[in-house]
Ligand binder design. Structure first.
Ligand SMILES: [Zn+2]
Length: 294
């Protein structure tokens, strides 16, 4: 994204560092991310958009897609691999090759709308995974759980009114991208939280709003938009979540997934810009996903 940009390559290094420090990196099954195919991307985006991104990708230098979102000569492959990781993770979880999966990828995806890149995002990785589950695996109901500090406006744009998808989310409001609060579709359980909200507000949102909706929906697969930029140490925003909040919220959703979805969970990295907190929070999330808490 360019020098001094928060969505930087060091984010993945910070996660890897904490996977090593915690010891869980050595016990996880690893896969390299394949390139997503146009047919897979075109389930979430118009094929004309996919082609336009391929065409605008520069052979040298940088092009800006919006004030926050740039592409250099490596960005197209990174974006294709980020979406491809979400597809492979879905395949592995749906076939039983893995119980759950986490995609440590960038660029993130949840601001990418049907036909518009936005907010560091080029392809909507989670949306590609959800549509892949619906079309390639015959799943009928998928839940998206988005705890990034920003509203997942791109995911909402793609799935609003789609009866096969329920999206539950928390986000700081009012805050970028200033969406999600005006008359959301009935399959969007959007819970805006005020700056400084903290753990208790998260718990109230999850217990009071998310879980009843998820229970009623009975998802057959759960896909996380896993952003960690609501952490208290992250300067990006001010929701003041802690490391253990990410463990707690993952536990709640995992219990739901075990009741309805045979425990099938795919998690895709979104935001998280305070590098030490990002690494630690991902470890908390992964410990629960992988059942390594004991
Ligand atoms: Zn974010």
């Amino acid at each position: 994204m360019g020098a001094q940009h928060p969505e930087c390559p060091e984010r993945l290094g910070a996660i890897e560092d904490q996977l090593i420090a915690s010891g869980i990196g050595q016990v996880l099954l690893r896969r390299e991310a394949p390139l997503a195919e146009d047919e897979q991307l075109a389930r979430a985006h118009p094929i004309e958009y996919v082609r336009a991104i391929r065409e605008i990708a520069p052979a040298q230098g940088t092009v800006h897609l919006d004030p926050d979102t740039a592409m250099n000569p490596y960005s197209l492959n990174a974006a294709l691999r980020a979406a491809g990781a979400a597809v492979l993770a879905t395949d592995m979880v749906m076939t039983g090759e893995a119980d759950s999966a986490f995609c440590g990828v960038r660029p993130p995806g949840h601001h990418a709308c049907r036909a518009r890149p936005m907010g560091f995002c080029i392809f909507n990785n989670v949306a590609v995974a959800v549509r892949h589950a619906l079309h390639a695996h015959g799943v009928e109901r998928v839940a998206i759980v988005d705890f990034d500090v920003h509203h997942g406006n791109g995911t909402e744009d793609i799935f609003e009114g789609d009866a096969q998808v329920l999206m539950v989310s928390t986000f700081q409001h009012p805050f970028y991208p200033y969406s999600g609060t005006e008359d959301p579709a009935s399959n969007m359980v959007n819970v805006p939280l005020a700056a400084g909200a903290g753990s208790k507000a998260l718990q109230a949102a999850v217990e009071g709003r998310w879980l009843p909706a998820l229970e009623a929906f009975e998802p057959q697969l759960v896909v996380f938009s896993a952003g960690f930029d609501a952490h208290a140490e992250d300067d990006m925003a001010m929701l003041r979540f802690s490391d253990t909040d990410y463990r707690w919220v993952t536990e709640q959703v995992k219990a739901l997934a075990e009741r309805h979805a045979k425990g099938r969970m795919v998690s895709v990295l979104e935001g998280g810009y305070a590098l030490p907190a990002l690494g630690r929070s991902v470890v908390q999330h992964l410990r629960v996903l992988a059942g390594l808490n004991a």
